[in-house]
Design a protein around this ligand. Structure first.
Ligand code: IDP
Ligand code: MG
Length: 156
């Protein structure tokens, strides 16, 4: 099982899309194992987006991400990182394929509704930034017996 960090960005919250976006993650079979609403501080935004520091869009990105509350989620499943990236769609709303969150709900290249960790290392780092110990939970869902095939040596 993999756990990834998802942020429903300020535009998603302001536009009332929290429920629809979380539904897409849940409908896929992913498990929400951590959730909180918060306003991201300058410092946290800088840490989260440290790899983008110095890029032309960086200042605007930090301004946007700190401008209004977000919803932060820890999302678990087999291959959750790549699955979430697929559900999110390409970075730019203008280019993201129909059927994806960014493709269906937005047109902007910077206000693109959702963040998802881009690899296992980033996921670990980002979950550590946004969640305290004990805030990401471990619990069984009976429905997982129908989400995954547990009949083989490993769940598929
Ligand atoms: P990702 O969110 O799809 O992983 P990144 O390249 O990591 O995309 O960029 C982080 C965020 O920075 C994007 O989600 C978007 O909000 C913003 N961003 C990236 N590139 C641009 C750009 O060229 N113009 C405006 N905003 C951008
Ligand atoms: Mg990224």
């Amino acid at each position: 099982m993999e756990t990834t960090l998802i942020i429903l960005k300020p535009d998603a919250v302001q536009r009332g899309l929290i429920g629809q976006i979380i539904s897409r993650l849940e409908d896929k079979g992913l498990q929400i194992v951590g959730a909180k609403m918060m306003q991201i501080s300058q410092d946290l935004a800088a840490k989260h987006y440290k790899d983008h520091a110095g890029k032309p869009f960086y200042e605007g990105l930090v301004r946007f991400m700190t401008s209004s509350p977000v919803v932060v989620l820890a999302v678990r499943g087999i291959g959750a990182i790549a699955i979430c990236r697929g559900l999110m769609g390409a970075t730019f709303g203008s280019k993201a394929a129909a059927g994806t969150i960014r493709g269906d709900f937005g047109v902007s290249n910077s206000f693109n509704l959702i963040h998802g960790s881009d690899g296992p290392e980033a996921a670990l780092r980002e979950i550590g930034l946004f969640f305290q110990a004990g805030e990401v939970l471990e619990f069984k869902r009976p429905q997982d017996a129908w989400v995954y095939d547990f009949s083989g040596p490993r769940p598929e």
